[in-house]
Design a protein around this ligand. Structure first.
Ligand code: BJ8
Length: 389
């Protein structure tokens, strides 16, 4: 494990420390809502006074149990989430009063059917496309339905003002996260790929909103100060890499550490939990809070959308803004949408003369050395000035 500086420690441990916090939250009478996807407008459960937490599985331990019910040839994120749910080994799932799912990929949809048997689960009907008036109306209506279902499940009333307050609160967090990850635009980047990832990923497990924002402010200021003092020599002359694709929470060590050990500097994550969902804010000026939420969430560029131009536009822009030398496109095993879409990402990067490689992997460590060999070759070719296509 990369040695993270002291300031990063609390983020490094946030998910684990959050287990105890989650128990305390429940004991204090607060409600907890488990979510699985970036399309979930978390401002709704936040407006209900609930704490939201990501319940996507990130370890392989629970997968054998999941495979007693689910097929083996399924995304590890889905199997891990389900396995932890049925074995009571995810405290966040255990403490959740309600789950919010969404109709993204087929595997997740079918998992929600099973999860609904053990936990109150509301599944939002997410359109398969982002264009058109009907699509917009459908998603806006779905957000209103979510508000009603959350009220029923948690026994509360949610006003427009509650939602407005939650929008402001969440936007403040997004602004800080964005300020943080944009530090990696500096050349050389002042952050290692793991430092970048840990803060983004683990922020979701810091439940005291004020503390989270203070800690983010502190860490941003401290990194800036160190940079000004010339304290960031690690990443000089290293190829700058952007990671895109499926969520990497369950494979962060295998991917990030192996890539950086091979001599590169990861400067951007076009991923959920990172840039994909924090890049744009919810419009605080919009008088209709449901319009504001609809616009923000419907624009997220995930491969489960048909005509996923928003992801391509974002990748195109990020590659320029972060002065990227290479893109590594990560698809989790059996994640068909990201796998299929990798062809489009490859074409985009080929046209921009940016080196590109795609990998497919799961939560096991068995392919670590094989990946290392491929990453080393990729990075070496970038260093030799070869644009890998
Ligand atoms: S918005 S990326 S969080 S759906 S579970 S699609 S890896 S086969 S997680 Fe996702 Fe929402 Fe999109 Fe983001 Fe593939 Fe696995 Fe499905 Fe997955």
């Amino acid at each position: 494990m990369t040695n993270l500086p002291e300031k990063f420690e609390s983020f490094n441990e946030a998910r684990r420390a959050g287990f105890i916090k989650a128990k305390e939250i429940k004991e204090s009478g607060k409600k907890m809502v488990g979510v699985f996807c970036t399309y979930t407008p978390v401002e709704i459960p936040m407006a209900a006074g609930a704490v939201t937490v990501g319940v996507c599985g990130v370890s392989e331990e629970a997968i054998p149990d999941a495979e007693k019910v689910l097929p083996r040839n399924l995304c590890p994120l889905i199997k891990s989430s389900y396995g932890h749910a049925i074995t009571d080994t995810c405290p966040y799932f255990y403490f959740s009063d309600m789950l919010i799912g969404e109709t993204t990929c087929d595997g997740k949809k079918k998992m929600y059917e099973e999860l609904a048997k053990i936990k109150p689960t509301h599944v939002m009907h997410l359109p398969n496309m982002q264009r058109g008036e009907y699509t917009y109306k459908l998603w806006k209506e779905e957000i209103k339905v979510l508000k009603e279902e959350t009220e029923k499940a948690l026994g509360v009333t949610i006003s427009d003002q509650d939602i407005r307050d939650a929008i402001k609160d969440k936007n403040e967090e997004r602004r800080l996260l964005k300020e943080y990850y944009e530090l990696a635009k500096l050349n050389p980047s002042p952050l290692s790929g793991m430092e970048l990832h840990q803060v983004l990923y683990q922020s979701g497990f810091k439940f005291d909103r004020a503390d989270l924002k203070d800690e983010l402010r502190n860490i941003i200021d401290s990194v800036k100060q160190k940079y000004q003092e010339g304290n960031c020599q690690n990443n000089i002359d290293k190829p700058r890499i952007l990671i895109t694709g499926s969520p990497i929470g369950g494979i962060s060590e295998k991917i990030i550490t192996t890539i950086e050990d091979s001599g590169a500097s990861i400067v951007a994550y076009e991923l959920c939990g990172a840039i994909r969902n924090n890049d744009s804010l919810v419009d605080e000026e919009n008088e209709d809070v449901y319009d504001a939420l609809t616009e923000k969430y419907l624009s997220i560029g995930c491969s489960c959308m048909m005509h996923n131009d928003n992801r391509m536009e974002m990748l195109d822009r990020l590659a320029d803004e972060y002065k990227v030398d290479g893109v590594i496109d990560v698809a989790l095993q059996a994640c068909h949408t990201f796998n299929v879409e990798s062809f489009r990402v490859k074409q985009l990067m080929n046209n921009k003369n940016i080196a590109y490689m795609a990998i497919e992997t799961d939560y096991s460590k068995s392919d670590t050395e094989q990946l290392r060999t491929r990453f080393e070759a990729f990075i070496e070719m970038i260093e030799d000035g070869v644009c890998v296509k």
